[in-house]
Ligand binder design. Sequence first.
Ligand SMILES: NC(=O)c1ccc[n+]([C@@H]2O[C@H](COP(=O)([O-])OP(=O)(O)OC[C@H]3O[C@@H](n4cnc5c(N)ncnc54)[C@H](OP(=O)(O)O)[C@@H]3O)[C@@H](O)[C@H]2O)c1
Length: 253
Amino acid sequence: MRELKDMSVLVTGGGSGIGAGIARYLAGRGARVTISGRRQEKIQAVANSIGPACLGIAGDVTVDADRHRMLEAAIAHGGKLDALVNNAANMYRQAVGEYTEALLKEAFDTNVISAMMLSSIAVPHLEKTQGSIVFIGSTHTRRAFPGASPYATTKAAVEGLTRVMAAELGRKLIRVGCILPGAVSTELNLRAGLFTAPQATERYAAVAPLHALGRIGTETEIAEAVEYLIRAEWVTGVALEVDGGIALGVSQF
Ligand SMILES: NC(=O)c1ccc[n+]([C@@H]2O[C@H](COP(=O)([O-])OP(=O)(O)OC[C@H]3O[C@@H](n4cnc5c(N)ncnc54)[C@H](OP(=O)(O)O)[C@@H]3O)[C@@H](O)[C@H]2O)c1
């Protein structure tokens, strides 16, 4: 296993939820972490709460110039780049029969193409460190939730991408992995305007029993898996379910 201490890690979408949890966890174990997101105040608040090991940079992953700025900031902050965690994403729900091209294009632009482009410009830097790329997929590619097909297909795309990228970048000794989280209470659905905060709490309570272990997960439990993927030197191309067993499809039938 590679040492986490002094690794330089860029985490997109680090101003809230799972991304903030990953940044806090890795910084707490000696990594130098750079986080990005569109809302400056969120990014700055998380960076301030973590301390000097964490640099916050406002930016939009769908904007090419911003992607370059994030990468350059991470290299300036950490002196190099050891890992890119493509975590930024939005929830996109739309019923089949009510699809709009605009929503589908935005979903793929944000959740898939941005991560592909950022990974692409990170390659020369990761080659120097024999580093890694981690995608955050979802249990939506294991369990079908009606209404969520736009989001689920973007997560299927990054999971598929993981295998091809791992195959292609293996000779450069760059490892690529994907984590498929089960439910974690974050602002993902709130930001999409899908539920109010009380409704979100109710929904997380309702989804807990679908997990074999009977509860939803925490940001830290996802961060532990990110740590594993960026440290494990002989693991690449995997999609790792970190989901309390929701993918098992447990049924009392
Ligand atoms: N929570 C769950 O149950 C769950 C389960 C499976 C997978 N996931 C995945 O986990 C990851 C983190 O989500 P989360 O649950 O922690 O939700 P979250 O708190 O809403 O985090 C997503 C972050 O992405 C950022 N973001 C969105 N669009 C962006 C853009 N265009 N440019 C830069 N940053 C952008 C958001 O910040 P700004 O709006 O400020 O840009 C936000 O901080 C996502 O990939 C999500 O799909 C979550």
